[in-house]
Design a protein around this ligand. Structure first.
Ligand code: PEP
Ligand code: MN
Length: 339
């Protein structure tokens, strides 16, 4: 069975324990035990995730048997958050903003983007130096020089750096400058790349593949942690949908599941998720309401000039508006702590 099983103490009234469990959001069915032994309770799969120790503390509960997990290292980082350069992501830390252009296009562009990101309250600067592109003729990044521009721009504004690794041969060069290594959606199941990236011992932002299931995503995280990554931050960026009005189908249910059921640090990327800047603010609000620990967006100082993903790049004004959302949340949290 791949379900939690609750063993009852001798003489416990199963129906009373079941009522208590239901109050905690756990639906159970009794399972007959050997003659003379109390029945066991099988927890229905979509029950709320309640900590094992909390269950063990209940009257009538003798033991809680957990099904074996295929991703023990991912489970072990649950509810703890991951240190990502200057900030902590998840584990109850305030939501973070990660912003920057799709690609690092020039020294000037990334400096301007860093300034805007900082002004909007971002803590990490994003930008691809190595870009995976659908067409071999599209701009695919300036490579190593862009890494240096990215780091210098981030340092000038007190930001951390997150950037994508597309090849095993670039892991060391990227790990030397970035605070967080990004695995792109197209690479989520490139297992030898995951192993090489994990081997750098850094935190990794793991984008969900556009056709990947949740268990596959968790297992990709397990690959990274098994190889030595210091932590994995999951990033929902949309899956293949049925309609071309949006680029992908942003799966906020998956984000809520990763946060509330699996306890994983989860960042939502509405930029790639929708492909259009007009939907980024409403979906950022929705993602934060669903429990996202961070929002990753593309922003460009002059979006019309962007060499990739221009239609989804936030112009300075919209990035500031997005940043204000985080300000409001921070002051709300502050007020509720004071109250
Ligand atoms: C990106 O973040 O620029 C990117 C290429 O994203 P994804 O892998 O989600 O398409
Ligand atoms: Mn992009």
């Amino acid at each position: 069975v791949s379900a939690r099983i609750i063993r009852l103490t001798a003489g416990a009234a199963a129906s009373e324990v079941q009522a208590t469990l239901q109050g905690l959001g756990l639906w159970t069915q009794t399972m007959a035990s050997s003659i003379g032994e109390p029945p066991a309770l099988v927890v229905a799969p979509h029950s709320c995730r309640v900590d094992r120790n909390a269950l063990l503390a209940l009257t009538g509960v003798a033991d809680v048997l957990e099904p074996p997990s295929a991703h023990p290292r991912v489970d072990a980082q649950a509810n703890r958050g991951v240190q990502a350069g200057p900030v902590r992501i998840g584990g109850g830390a305030p939501a973070v903003l990660i912003a920057g252009p799709c690609g690092v296009e020039s020294e000037e562009q990334i400096h301007a983007a860093a300034a805007l990101s900082r002004a909007a309250g971002a803590s990490l600067l994003r930008g691809g130096a190595f870009k995976p592109r659908t067409s071999p003729y599209s701009f695919s990044g300036h490579g190593r020089p862009a890494l240096r521009w990215l780091r210098e721009a981030a340092d000038a504004y007190g930001l951390g750096v997150v950037t994508e690794v597309t090849s095993e041969t670039e892991v060391d060069a990227i790990a030397a400058v970035a605070d967080v290594l990004q695995v792109g959606a197209r690479s989520m199941q490139a297992f030898s790349l995951l192993k090489a990236i994990g081997g750098a011992g850094k935190p990794v932002l793991l984008k969900r593949g556009m056709a990947a299931g949740i268990e596959e995503w968790l297992l990709a995280g397990e690959h990274l942690l098994a190889a030595g990554a210091s932590g994995v931050i999951f990033c929902e960026r949309g899956v293949s949908g049925t309609d071309s009005s949006t680029r992908y189908l942003l799966d906020l249910a998956a984000a809520a599941l990763m946060k509330h059921v699996h306890g994983q640090p989860i960042v939502v990327d509405p930029s790639h998720g929708t492909g259009r800047r007009d939907l980024i603010l409403p979906l950022s609000r929705a993602a934060l309401a669903a429990g996202a620990d961070g929002i990753l967006v593309e922003a460009h100082p002059d979006a019309r000039q962007a060499r990739s993903d221009g239609p989804q790049a936030l112009p300075p004004g919209l990035l500031r508006e997005l940043g204000a959302l985080f300000e409001t949340r921070r002051s709300d949290e502050y007020r509720s702590r004071q109250a």
